[in-house]
Design a protein around this ligand. Structure first.
Ligand code: ADP
Length: 401
């Protein structure tokens, strides 16, 4: 079964073509950036070592999908004889609110639901829908499946998703915790359970997705019980450029004190805060912050400490939420690669039940691996995430059902 995975953003289309029948092999992938802007950049490569990179004008998502199709069947670049070989297209869709609770075949009704979520996801859902419509136009007859970031978290109980606000705001306006990165949390928690081998229905797992955006989830028997992001991806951990949790009254105070507009506050909390704002060296990339801290920059060291401390606090609260723990998982850019960050998160927690093995923690590998010591009460794993593959797997499951 051949599955094309599309992740359509505000000015980019990322794509991967999988042959699910051939050991989930990646046949081709690529990225088109700056769509509709000056200097659109196009990157494409296939499993036969063909590589393309150039600036090509691409006006809109439909032209982007046309270009993808051209590559996939091109004389030199191609991996398919004809486009009809594509069995399905899996799309990343960010928000499904309560309307979409699992990966779904995209129908007119599902498209309507994606639109109804525009107000809570104005930066993502409109572009995700544009990607779906572009595929419908360019590859007619191929089934489209939506894989929603929020879906995995839809199993949270009300005690976890309700905010302490007047109930009407939930009942009428659906203001609640939804959570994001669900495809990644689902993928790594499943992979961790399969790797561990104990019966998955009893396993309690905490997943830490620490990338540019960062979130955690508490998972029991494969079912999400709580997660750190909320109505939007701003809540929870301290991130690259987002503040994460803060006293909501700070917003009101700042709006009055500095005469800030709604847009100013949005920018401040989403784009200028987190590690970028705390460290103050013009980068939100933890690699840069770690390097500066190593050279003695005190603010960078403090930003890293604050980042790790927030993860640690959530681990504590999720152990309580799950009534115990079996496996802690680190994933995504920083979670998979930063030896220092993982060590900082779990430093001096032996009495609580975490004992890292420093040599195992220092291993760099693209494989799933144990980094806790054999006598650690809780097992700690690094599980490389693969959201594209997860979308392809969910798409295959939807088609099979
Ligand atoms: P995104 O959230 O954009 O999908 P990723 O999951 O790829 O991002 O994570 C990217 C982030 O991971 C980078 O901004 C950086 O902060 C962090 N990162 C990647 N590699 C390392 C590393 N070796 N050490 C520390 N941080 C890293």
């Amino acid at each position: 079964m051949i599955i094309l995975v599309i992740n359509a953003g505000s000015s980019s289309v990322k794509f991967t073509l999988f042959d699910m029948s051939d050991n989930k092999k990646v046949l081709a992938n690529g990225l088109i950036e700056r769509i509709g802007l000056e200097g659109t950049s196009v990157k494409y490569s296939n499993h036969k070592d063909y590589k393309y990179q150039d600036k090509v004008p691409v006006k809109n998502p439909q032209d982007a999908v046309k270009l993808v199709a051209k590559f996939l069947v091109g004389e030199e670049s191609g991996v398919l004889k004809k486009l009809e070989e594509i069995d399905a297209i899996g799309h990343r869709v960010v928000h499904g609110m309560e309307k979409i609770q699992k990966p779904e075949r995209i129908t007119e009704q599902v498209k309507e639901a994606i639109k109804e979520c525009f107000s809570v996801s104005p930066l993502h859902n409109p572009h995700n829908l544009a990607g779906v419509e572009a595929c419908e136009a360019v590859l007619p007859g191929v089934p489209n499946v939506g894989v929603f970031d929020t879906a995995f978290h839809s199993t949270m109980p009300p005690r976890a998703y309700l905010y302490g606000l007047p109930y009407n705001l939930y009942a009428e306006d659906r203001i609640r915790r939804y959570g994001f990165h669900g495809t990644s949390h689902a993928y790594v928690s499943r992979a961790a359970a399969a790797f561990d081998g104990r019966p998955p229905q009893n396993l309690r797992i905490i997943t830490c997705h620490l990338g540019n955006g960062a979130s955690m989830a508490a998972v029991k028997g494969g079912i999400c019980q709580d997660t750190s992001m909320g109505l939007t991806p701003l809540e929870g951990l301290l991130m690259g450029t987002r503040s994460g949790d803060l006293d909501p009254a700070i917003l009101l105070h700042l709006m009055k004190l500095k005469n800030l507009s709604v847009q100013d506050v949005d920018n401040l909390l989403n784009k200028q805060s987190g590690v970028l704002g705390l460290a103050g060296v013009g980068s939100s990339d933890l690699r840069d912050i770690e390097e500066a801290a190593d050279k003695g920059d005190k603010k960078c060291a403090m930003a890293l400490e604050a980042y790790a401390y927030r993860v640690r606090k959530y681990i504590g609260s999720y152990i309580a939420a799950l009534g115990g723990l079996d496996i802690l998982v680190f994933t995504a850019g920083a979670g998979e690669n930063s030896v220092t960050l993982r060590a900082a998160v779990l430093a001096d927690l032996e009495e609580v039940g975490f004992k890292l093995d420093p040599a195992r923690n220092a291993v760099r590998s693209p494989e799933i691996r144990v980094i806790s010591a054999d006598d650690s009460r809780y097992k700690v794993l690094v599980v490389p995430t693969n959201e594209e593959l997860a979308i392809a797997e969910f798409t295959q499951e939807v088609l099979a059902s």
